[in-house]
Design a protein around this ligand. Sequence first.
Ligand SMILES: *[C@@H]1O[C@H](CO)[C@@H](O)[C@H](O)[C@H]1NC(C)=O
Ligand SMILES: *[C@@H]1O[C@H](CO)[C@@H](O)[C@H](O)[C@H]1NC(C)=O
Length: 279
Amino acid sequence: MPNQKPVFISFYKALLFIIFTNVALVTSKSTIEPCSNSDSCNSLLGYTLYTDLKVAEVASLFQVDPISILTANAIDISYPDVENHILPAQLFIKIPILCSCVDGIRKSVSTNYKTRPQDTLSSIADSIYAGLVSADQIREANSIADPTVLDVGENLLVPLPCTCFNNTDNGLPAIYLSYVVKPVDTLAGIAASYSTTITDLMNVNAMGSSSVKAGDILAVPLSACASNFPKYASDRGLIVPNGSYAITASHCVQCSCGPGSLNLYCTPASLAVLFKHAM
Ligand SMILES: *[C@@H]1O[C@H](CO)[C@@H](O)[C@H](O)[C@H]1NC(C)=O
Ligand SMILES: *[C@@H]1O[C@H](CO)[C@@H](O)[C@H](O)[C@H]1NC(C)=O
């Protein structure tokens, strides 16, 4: 609970905050996917590390399985102590997250952040979560009346952008990456880095022009291999992006996708993987 302050001060600050953030809202765009059912789907976040972090620390920041971060980035998980491997500041990685449907919009709501001394909503949004969320969105999601007062150890819901678009793009299997545009980016450059076209990015993101601004969040379709084995309930929707792999079927099976053909290639998982999960 936010601490109780005289009502008029909180109201005045909230008003200033609303005026300020409405100005900010006009300048940053992100792609919204309406949804109607309660099914969740698989999606990726493009994340740039704000500091050196262990794999396990990144996993805890997003509350995902460290192994899933490693496999989504095609990092070998067979060597010892891989969860304590240090990823350097500014490294760009893909974080696999579950994309839910909340109030008719696709959104990831499975991430919570515990505040530390010195944190502000802006530092959490812009630095720690690298622009994937805005200070205003965190404020709204947690009904924070006075954003200037954050208690240390407060547990904040961090809503994150995601889209699935039925895990297809132009009729082919795809998984969508929420990508925060950097100052140096152009749409052509982003299209080239992810083996897609400017036209496709403009269609997916319903863009009227090909100009992008730093801080915009684009949905970038990544070609993927989709499974059609209905045997394992939890793996029904297994979808693996080109150039990466996944561990599935209670960690017994390792499935990879590409780079040559986009057919899912599955083998029994190595003993190293089984051992990690037995610990
Ligand atoms: C979603 O994709 C499935 C096949 O993967 C298809 O059967 C279904 O019609 C699609 N739904 C929509 C709304 O496009
Ligand atoms: C899959 O990835 C490889 C590089 O890893 C790339 O050369 C190829 O074009 C990609 N395929 C598709 C369909 O995107």
